[in-house]
Design a binder for this molecule. Sequence first.
Ligand SMILES: [Zn+2]
Length: 396
Amino acid sequence: MRHQLVIAVVSLFVVAAQAVAQPGRSGTRIQPGQECPPGTTEIRPNLCQAPETAAPSILDYRPKSTLVTPVHLVPKSKFPSIDFHGHPGDISNAEALERLGASMDSIGVQVMIAANNTSGEQLKNTMAAIRASAKMKDRVRVLTGINLRDVGPGWAERAVAQLEADVAAGAVGVGEIGKGFGLSITKADGSRLKLDDPELKPIWDACARLGLPVFIHTADPQEFFKNIDLTNERWLELALFPGRRFPPDRFPSFEQLMTERDNLFRNNPKTTFVAAHMGWQANDLTRLAKLLDLPNVYTEVGAVLYDIGRQPRGAHDFFVKYQDRILFGKDSFQPEEYPYYWRVFETADEYFDYYRGYHAFWKLYGIALPDAVLKKVYYQNALKLMKGVPTSGFPK
Ligand SMILES: [Zn+2]
């Protein structure tokens, strides 16, 4: 009697499960905490099922949102802006500069900081072209580079002398020091040049003495250091651009690079550092906040809009709290992409497209920053950090 009851109850469950799965196709049961088998998805608790037709590739699945909410497009920044992370292409002659000026006008960028490590004769020629342009002489400034190759005996003297010459020629800062510093650049003895190598101390001291901010890009998104599997947020990007993978057998880990970078910033408190791309910690603002607790550290927002715009409340509060330490910068110069930044910073719009699908499988939200914060992020912080950037064209 009891046996019959148990059998009846069990078959009731089986019937119920089959009723949930689509007719003719039974689902796959899993244990709590287990993942569904490949090609299936969880349709009820612990019951997985495959779609009736073959699933499309992630490249071809492009659902159109039916959400209707207010839309506020922002073609130009609300206040004139400084692009601290500029890679503006050709700025070597009057025509190229004026073409750049027209693009800058269309998006509200008042001053472009070319962060291309320009040094020596090239820097002198670039500054001569800028100064000779009546229209653009106050709208472009240039960062110089530091040659970090072959650090060893005699290197520091040469590097400091070149830095002084470049400042005399008009450089307003240093950068962008690229991710090769830490990932791949080697010393004269063949070993990897660590970010916190003490042999570099004289150059950081010189930057402090000359009042130059040091703009530095360290590592890359943490996913680039991980296995490329179907749990990796950047699977598509890594599959499109295999050169962006940093496997542990050939490269230092993300954490190793973060540790060296933080040592560099901490060990040189008189030098001002600007961590590019929000230090690749825009996905962990609590951690980035700890970095900004170092008073000599600033950060810049280029190419991480996808992380800012997916956490509108947290990002809003972070930008308000660290409003004196964040600089606008865009990185790749595509004028049609800047309005996405303005929309995220200035509006409270919801669930809108990002400009580069392979970066992010999600939508963006506006973080609606107050005007006082926008002004600091757009230009006041950059003007504070760099002597030699013209202040004409900015509100008082
Ligand atoms: Zn850059």
